[in-house]
Design a protein around this ligand. Structure first.
Ligand SMILES: [Zn+2]
Length: 292
């Protein structure tokens, strides 16, 4: 990141005091959670589980929960990074109308952001797809660990949704839980999987906030998925100025008046420092005269 990109971003942030911020997986890489896509916007790992596969394949669910038992631990231990803290600081300064995140890691809230819409849900809640009963994910994992003791304690590389690559390829002996309330449900993390749609109420709330905002800032998202891209498209239709901090190309590159290809944490920190520093030549306070 160059000094000029930090100061261009600082200028953008100073001009617009009611920001609509959209964040994606690139936010959380500083927190040790990898993102999905490379510089060209292609998948870095095997594509994530789709809603249809999860709902229709018993073996896919066994594989998902076995991998998640290992991978989710890393997700739940992640801490907010510089970019999360910088956005929380901007919100405290009254500059954020709405923050919409595609991430399911809850790190914005842990950094202190309050005006957050979790577009794709939060990964720490599990829902029965038959009766709708919800429970906390750590309780589900504890129960799964009790009935699958030989599956715990493995090392694996982890994906942004808590999925993990295990050396195993036979998941047939991984036992699943049945719902204590209806006895008949499929347990699924209460998040929007690829191939599923975001609940209408969340989308409407985000669109309404975008209408009231005076600019849009995209942080750490390639916008390859329509669920996020639609907000960039609407902002362009509404004539809102748009800026983006993302490593690599995005689907909306043509729409941005400012694009910074650098680490989100470093860039936001540098922009906040620039905003806090008075322009050269301005006298802030008189130094006390030296005594003689
Ligand atoms: Zn149930």
């Amino acid at each position: 990141m160059s000094d000029s990109s930090a100061s261009s971003l600082a200028t953008f942030l100073s001009r617009h005091s009611r920001l609509f911020v959209l964040t994606g997986a690139g936010m959380s890489t500083d927190s040790g959670i990898p993102d999905y896509r490379d510089q060209q916007g292609a998948w870095k790992r095997s594509p994530p589980m789709t809603h249809q596969t999860f709902m229709h394949s018993d073996i896919a669910r066994r594989r998902y929960w076995a991998r998640s038992l290992v991978g989710f631990q890393a997700l739940s231990e992640a801490r907010p990074g510089r970019a999360h803290r910088a956005l929380a600081t901007l919100e405290r300064g009254g500059r954020i109308e709405q923050l919409v995140t595609q991430n399911v890691d809850g790190l914005h809230q842990r950094a202190g952001s309050r005006r957050v819409i979790d577009l794709h849900g939060q990964a720490d809640v599990v829902r029965c797809m038959h009766c709708g009963a919800t429970q906390m994910r750590h309780a589900v994992h504890a129960a799964l660990a009790r009935i699958n003791p030989h599956w715990t304690g493995q090392e694996a590389s982890v994906g942004p949704d808590g999925d993990a690559d295990l050396a195993h390829d036979d998941f047939g002996d991984f036992s699943l839980l049945s719902c204590a309330r209806c006895g008949d449900g499929i347990f699924k993390p209460d998040v929007v999987f690829f191939g599923d749609s975001v609940p209408r109420s969340r989308v409407d709330a985000a669109f309404a906030a975008l209408e009231g905002a005076d600019a849009m800032l995209v942080v750490g998202s390639s916008l390859m998925v329509y669920s996020g891209y639609r907000f960039a498209r609407r902002a362009a239709e509404l004539g809102k100025p748009m800026a983006c901090i993302n490593m690599g190309r995005t689907r909306a590159d043509a729409l941005f008046s400012l694009k910074v290809e650098a680490s989100a944490g470093e860039t936001l920190d540098a922009a906040l420092r620039t905003m806090a520093t008075p322009p050269a030549g301005e006298v802030v306070s008189q130094a006390p005269a030296a005594r003689t």
